[in-house]
Design a protein around this ligand. Sequence first.
Ligand code: UDP
Ligand code: MG
Length: 316
Amino acid sequence: MNISIVIPLFNEEESLGELTDWILRVVNRENLSYEIIYVDDGSSDTSWKIIEDLNRGNSNIKGIKFRRNYGKSAALNRGFDLAKGDVVITMDADLQDSPEEIPDLYRLIKNEGFDIVSGWKKKRHDPIGKRLPSKFFNWTTRRISKLKLHDFNCGLKAYKNVVVKNIEIYGEMHRYIPVIAKWAGFSKITEKVVNHNARKYGKSKYGLERIMKGYLDLISLTFVSKFGKRPMHFFGLIGTLLFFIGLVIAAYLTYAKVFMMEYKMTDRPLFYFGLLAMVMGTQVFVAGFLAEMISRNSFHRNEYLIEAMVGDKSAE
Ligand code: UDP
Ligand code: MG
């Protein structure tokens, strides 16, 4: 199969029919074999009924429905599990992403060998209250990930099948899929300018709280990918540094007290600073030990992504 189109949706009953017709028009015109996987993220409207009807008319249209709303990342993750096509394309269900982009995205992955092609909504049709924070968000993510993309959070993206089978997303991490993939070792990542439309029906499922959540996720992601398998290298370093700063201060104050005897040690602000540094240093160090012990017990501690193998395969 050429393409799996994975579409997460939450209460998008007005758009589904129109979206499906449009996708079918495009893939049939281009002679692509396809499957459409609708992941209903616990909708309370008639979305699921529509998906069931679509499936009755065309068995290439598949669906899965969560019992409750788990979020877009969960929906994508589940859709990725099911996807069988060589190229996996994700898009939003609200008609903001255009199915006309599918053939180009497919060709970029298939013929030019990219792991990921990320959409770039260069001309965006969203309210300014959303565009500004988004600019800032993209800038920070670019700095941290060293990945030169303009628009990390675009719903329209294309992946090589092997990529989606080897990354795991949860929480609100769908915004960072290219970053996650890059850190997992998939480095051929590019972007393509895509058409973007204003939301036609319904309303956006996200408000301003997404900014805060987004940043916290970026911090955990950075930490986990760098130090997840070796937490002591992070906590141990900081802890030791802090402790030694404290120790040097204490030694200096003791020296001054013994040999100069001109003040009370506790009158000097430096005393409290030194004390604090030593206590904090020990705390951080111990936190590192605990993290290390937890990660030793982790099921995944020796899980690595294997790209290729020759010769003896008994180790598989
Ligand atoms: N979505 C989802 N689960 C959620 C929230 C959103 O599956 O909890 C879907 C939604 O139906 C849409 C896509 O994710 O297909 C993008 O959501 P939305 O259009 O509200 O985001 P925006 O375009 O405003 O960034
Ligand atoms: Mg939208």
